[in-house]
Design a protein around this ligand. Structure first.
Ligand SMILES: NC(=O)c1ccc[n+]([C@@H]2O[C@H](COP(=O)([O-])OP(=O)(O)OC[C@H]3O[C@@H](n4cnc5c(N)ncnc54)[C@H](O)[C@@H]3O)[C@@H](O)[C@H]2O)c1
Length: 324
């Protein structure tokens, strides 16, 4: 399988590690910063062509799968460009940042021979897969999720695109807490309405929200969601679910079902930051298997855009209940 990566920053480090692990043929990489790209190739000891223009790369090379690891505002145009050339795409989260982009990407998927997968890797951890199986046999009638983390000035200054509506498309919700919102939707179901509010509590140097709250209503119940990057430390992410006969708490790597703790073995397959979870390895391997065997990858454009619709709903709601 011939692979390429566009965007050689923080998350590309995780993708390259997995690609080397699964024995992919890394044909070429692309970054607008040539020095950074050369450093990346040398640090990972790979022999491949380097491009600074992704369009030139996708037009010149025969690639089976391209990994999109660039800032948020570039995802939609890059996905569509690759799909139009029947190149399979694995896009980092978020799939896109605007409502109209969802339609553009979905249309490109429909008209392409290639597949698109979205990196919502937390759906691939042992604990979350176990909970999904557990709740699929019953109704979740209430849910709650909270991400309380710390992102400081150094973080926002680490790249130009962070902290701006035009390039990040939002803040704590679309970036740091997106996986948790996606899991709530995956466990509970797609909501019909949202009442949400966003705030900027202690980051006056960014345009976007550093905190948010939202209440979603879906056919079987409600779920609430809190996101904040205004803490001094990262707390463990919390998800709580109530079904007709179970009370489920997921916190960090621990699962409690009706008061009983369950131990989950967490095999560290990658050298990644704790907050990314450990799901990239399984997700990327599954995507490659889908492409190789012509099997449909579950987190496709339609599935990956659900959490974007919820996010944009929170931004639009401004404290009022709106239909999604
Ligand atoms: N799945 C996860 O848990 C997870 C974790 C971290 C980041 N991410 C996502 O990964 C993406 C990248 O984040 P990051 O932290 O690696 O950002 P980053 O700023 O560290 O890296 C982005 C890279 O893209 C390059 N780039 C910018 N414009 C480009 C263009 N037109 N063509 C080619 N390269 C270009 C930049 O030079 C930079 O090297 C974001 O969507 C982010 O949300 C996902």
């Amino acid at each position: 399988m011939k692979s390429a990566i566009i965007g050689l920053g923080v998350i590309a480090e995780v993708h390259i590690e997995v690609l080397k692990n699964i024995g992919a043929d890394i044909t070429c990489v692309c970054d607008i910063d040539m020095d950074k790209a050369e450093e990346f190739v040398s640090a990972h000891n790979i022999k491949c062509k380097i491009y600074t223009d992704y369009k030139e790369m996708l037009d010149n090379e025969r690639i089976d799968i391209v990994h999109i690891c660039t800032p948020h505002y570039l995802h939609a145009e890059m996905c569509v460009f690759a799909l139009n050339r029947d190149i399979n795409v694995l896009c980092e989260k978020p799939l896109c940042i605007k409502k109209e982009e969802i339609e553009e990407i979905c249309n490109a998927v429909i008209n392409s021979k290639a597949q698109l997968g979205v990196c919502l890797q937390n759906r691939y951890t042992n604990i979350n897969m176990y909970v999904k199986e557990l709740v699929s046999k019953e109704k979740v009638i209430d849910g709650f999720g909270a991400v309380l983390w710390c992102r400081d000035k150094n973080y926002y200054e680490s790249a130009d695109w962070r902290g701006k509506w035009a390039t990040e498309g939002g803040g704590a919700v679309i970036n740091q807490a997106l996986h948790t919102l996606d899991l709530l939707q995956w466990f509970c179901g797609m909501p019909q309405s949202v009442n949400g509010s966003i705030f900027n509590v202690n980051h006056d140097y960014i345009e976007v929200e550093d905190s948010a709250r939202a209440r979603f209503v879906y056919d079987k119940g409600v779920f609430e969601f809190y996101a904040s990057v205004s803490h001094n430390q990262d707390f463990a992410i919390q998800i709580m679910l109530i079904t007709e006969d179970k009370r489920i708490v997921i916190t960090d790597k621990n699962l409690i079902v009706n008061g009983q703790s369950m131990a989950f073995e967490t095999i560290k397959t990658q050298n990644v930051k704790e907050c990314y979870g450990n799901g990239h390895m399984n997700l990327i391997a599954d995507f490659y298997d889908c492409v190789k065997n012509n099997r449909h990858f579950e987190i496709d454009a339609f599935e990956g855009s659900k959490v974007i619709k919820l996010t944009l709903g929170i931004y639009e709601s401004k404290g009022k209940t709106i239909e999604l």
